[in-house]
Design a protein. Structure first.
Length: 104
């Protein structure tokens, strides 16, 4: 008999907080949490708004807890992994002073 995996109570609360932050900023219209899956129904320009918040605000969407901000990051990566990966690479390059002359 296979058992269905569920989010821990702490992770579930953090995911809900992230989703409610997205809803407050009109980034999503609705969301569902089933098992370990969190799915959002994004508004037009919702991803761009949330991504800009993540890039520029130390507490994006008013999320104070690190776990809640982590869930926001995971949700954005789930929606558009290429954009998030490009941003991570750019941040890494800026942090470590890597320019084009050092790239392979």
């Amino acid at each position: 008999m296979a058992t269905r995996k569920e989010l821990s109570k702490t992770d579930r609360l953090a995911a809900i907080a992230a989703m409610e932050g997205l809803r407050r900023f009109d980034c999503v219209t609705s969301y569902t949490i089933e098992g370990e899956s969190v799915q959002a129904k994004w508004n037009e320009n919702g991803f761009a708004t949330a991504f800009e918040q993540l890039k520029t605000n130390p507490y994006p969407l008013g999320l104070k807890k690190k776990r809640e901000r982590g869930w926001l990051y995971l949700l954005l990566a789930q929606e558009d992994k290429a954009t998030i990966n490009a941003w991570e690479r750019q941040m890494f390059k800026e942090k470590y002073g890597i320019d084009k002359s050092h790239e392979a």
